[in-house]
Ligand binder design. Structure first.
Ligand code: EPU
Length: 338
């Protein structure tokens, strides 16, 4: 088991860069280390927080319990015809995994370039961007039950994937720790350029027949132009989810605000662009003390250097209230508040 630390600063372990401490902290580098930890008395006597890249949390206070940073490394691939099953340790940095796949010609995750976080966290909220979600390439994952230290393989159907959601966030929340994820990729690229911004960027670069490396480059370029780099400006990507509302409610919103960016869903409901709603309330690029919204994407809250989690949280409450007052739509946070 990796060394157990006490009173550990978490600033480097959350992309928001919030300066809080954990009572106990340990980095897990192997499955054996994980089992040993799960069999220890400590874990069962403390509140537990499992961290991957710390890219989806907002700490509003010190964490009075045990933080496990999952750092299990390694990537391996098994090809069978055009299909390739690629398994990555939960601690592999997501973008390193994408780069590995792109450089080996394994198609499927190129649209998910440059998403912050780790492989093990990716299924938890079914990460997605630019027309692709993790569930589109997910094969299975291996996880350990916290209560028993027993391992279990979760196949696609076990995971209950939905928009930014899975059983790991809902029915099985806090019960399992993912140690590795296996992806079903292909050596035959099925290029996905449905997202307008990708098409625009390819056209600008005069790329008529893009390969997966082109898509990865273009997606990374779009992200860099819209989203702040957490290594210089603390943030956790989209702070809110895009709200999904009923058709009736949408009709009311649309009647008063015909420009509202919306995506009709198969079940008749309508998803709205939260960034648009927030911008329409005058919140894009707003600086509020040490926090604010990003200048190019109002859905992203930022830490201008010394924000406290409380400050960011209060600001997010103001945004929720403003959007509710103007549109009658209640935004939900995507980021986990601790
Ligand atoms: N928009 C505005 N103002 C803004 C931001 C967006 O008017 O300040 C409008 C845009 O013009 C566009 C629409 O809203 O018409 C959607 O914007 P964008 O393409 O930037 O995507 P998003 O819906 O805001 C989602 C994901 C992102 C992901 C992008 C691209 C969620 C909560 N967010 O954002 O994911 O990168 O699509 O696929 O679903 C993340 O989860 O951390 C994240 C960054």
């Amino acid at each position: 088991m990796s060394a157990l630390q006490e009173n550990t600063a978490l600033k480097a372990y959350n992309t928001f860069g919030i300066d809080v401490k954990a009572r106990y902290f340990s980095e897990i580098l192997t499955e054996e280390g994980l089992i040993e930890m799960l069999q220890s008395d400590l874990i069962h006597s403390q509140s537990l927080l499992v961290l991957g890249g710390g890219s989806n949390v907002l700490f509003t206070q010190n964490f009075d319990g045990l933080v496990l940073k999952i750092g299990i490394p390694g990537i391996s691939a098994v090809a069978n015809g055009d299909e390739v099953l690629v398994t990555a340790g939960a601690g592999v940095v997501w973008n390193d995994f994408v780069n590995y796949c792109v450089s080996h010609g394994y198609a499927g995750v190129e649209n998910l370039s440059l998403i912050p976080g780790t492989v093990g966290a990716a299924p938890v909220q079914n990460i997605g961007a630019y027309g692709v979600e993790l569930k589109d390439v997910f094969h299975s994952c291996k996880a350990f039950e916290i209560a028993t230290a027993q391992s279990r393989v979760f196949n696609f159907g076990d995971c209950g994937f939905a928009y930014r959601d899975s059983v790991f966030k809902t029915t099985l929340k806090g019960r399992y720790i993912i140690s590795s994820v296996t992806f079903k990729l292909s050596t035959k690229a099925n290029i996905n350029t449905q997202y307008g911004a990708i098409q625009d960027e390819l056209r600008k670069r005069n790329i008529l027949q893009p390969g997966i490396a082109d898509i990865a480059t273009v997606v990374a370029q779009i992200r860099v132009s819209k989203l702040p780099d957490p290594s210089t400006i603390g943030n956790a990507g989209s702070f809110f989810k895009n709200p999904v509302i009923s058709k009736d409610q949408f009709e009311k919103v649309y009647h008063d605000h015909p420009l509202v960016v919306n995506y009709p869903l198969a079940d008749g409901k309508v998803k709205l662009a939260a960034g648009w709603l927030i911008e329409a309330c005058g919140f894009k690029g707003v600086i509020a003390g040490q926090t604010g919204t990003w200048k190019n994407q109002a859905l992203v809250l930022v830490n201008h250097g010394h924000a406290t989690g409380q400050e960011v949280y209060s600001f997010s409450e103001q945004i929720i209230a403003a959007v509710d007052a103007k549109f009658g739509v209640k935004l939900e946070r995507e980021v986990n508040i601790l």
